[in-house]
Design a protein around this ligand. Structure first.
Ligand code: PMP
Length: 346
């Protein structure tokens, strides 16, 4: 029998896909971990599962409990599907700048969604601070246990990637992995995976693909928390402080990736491989190409395909949105084929 333990049993163990076109272009094996196939649609299902199971082990949650989190969306979706499966309500605080599709998904799944203006971390009304204060308030007012999930500084996040994502990559490649690269949001993925792979082989090179406008590139290149100029339309990545999850990361090769460089790679992967992915996957894929060039032909490079492009139909996959920002555009959206079929209709 091959039966999984409900929704939670279907988190993780995602396929590792060979990306043919990028592999041909670089002379390397470029492999993408298909995290968009998780039941909640992103890599953050793993974090949600790990944080919830860790809290249960510590006696911080019991059925009827409430989970509160500040999130760009995907962790909220993950916590809500896991919460539903385990008997917890979720209260999700999210910056209103995030995609409509993620907001709709959260409401559809039954989360209580609180949107706040997108302001810098230094502002007390930034979404993470609001979530933390809200959790404290609910804890005072509610008889049920309240968990502030805190994906940023709760290291159950990186432990999940250490125990699962990193191990899966090592097993799936049978140890033949020369490089791993991804972006940083909380830092859970890169720190957990880098620790696992380095524990198996010191020769695995860990790359960071950082979008413009945040601090991780400089932090890992020269130890300074200095933001790079510019910005990115990607969601869920970019970090301005050393979270407890970032603190465990080992990075050998930091790369700065612009949207102008990343988007054409994303469009190619859809056109030639059929994969429709989101903006952080674009940064990761462009990073994988850079790391392949740095390491030279014949190497195996793994990256993360974090979530699906359908989560960004109104933004990154919307030609008007791209045109307003003078960003590269997929040809089929720029000039959609419109055929006159009146002669075929009877
Ligand atoms: N991509 C997307 C779409 C995300 O939502 C996130 C999480 N914020 C990441 C990448 C980054 O992963 P991590 O938090 O493990 O650094």
């Amino acid at each position: 029998m091959d039966i999984r333990d409900g929704l939670i049993g279907s988190i993780g163990n995602t396929p590792l896909l060979k990306l043919e076109r990028l592999s041909q272009q670089t002379g390397c094996n470029i492999l993408g971990k298909a995290e968009f196939l998780n039941p909640g649609g992103s890599v953050k299902d793993r974090t949600a599962q790990y944080i919830v199971e860790d809290a249960e082990r510590k006696g911080l949650l019991e059925p009827g409990g409430i989970i509160v989190e500040g999130t760009a969306g995907n962790t909220g979706i993950g916590l809500t599907v896991v919460g539903n499966a385990r008997g917890y309500r979720t209260v999700i605080v999210m910056p209103d700048s995030q995609s409509q599709e993620k907001k709709d998904a959260l409401r559809l799944l039954g989360a209580e969604l609180i949107l706040v203006p997108a302001v810098p971390y230094s502002d007390p009304n930034q979404y993470q601070h609001v979530a933390q204060r809200l959790a404290e308030k609910l804890r005072r007012e509610s008889a049920a246990p309240v968990l502030y999930a805190d994906q940023w500084d709760n290291t159950a996040n990186r432990e999940g990637h250490l125990a699962n994502t990193g191990k899966e990559i090592w097993t799936q490649t049978q140890g033949e992995v020369d490089g791993f690269i991804c972006a940083i949001g909380t830092g859970g993925t890169i720190s957990g995976v880098s620790e696992y792979l380095k524990s198996k082989s010191k020769n695995v090179t860990i790359g960071l693909a950082d979008p413009l406008g945040t601090c991780m590139y400089h932090y890992f290149r020269d130890g300074m928390l200095k933001a790079t100029d510019g910005d990115s339309i990607s969601e869920g990545i970019g970090q301005g402080r050393v979270t407890d999850n970032v603190a465990g990361a080992v990075v050998d090769e930091p790369f700065l990736i612009t949207d102008e460089e990343a988007l054409p790679v994303l469009f190619e992967v859809l056109e030639h491989e059929g994969l429709c992915l989101g903006g952080s996957s674009a940064i990761n894929l462009a990073g994988a190409v850079r790391l392949a060039k740095r390491l030279g032909p014949g190497k195996t490079i793994v990256t993360i395909l974090c979530d699906s492009g359908f989560r960004y139909a109104s933004k990154l996959w919307n030609p008007n949105y791209l045109a307003q920002r003078q960003l590269p555009m997929p040809s089929w959206l720029e000039k959609p084929v419109s055929r006159d079929i009146s002669d075929v209709l009877k």
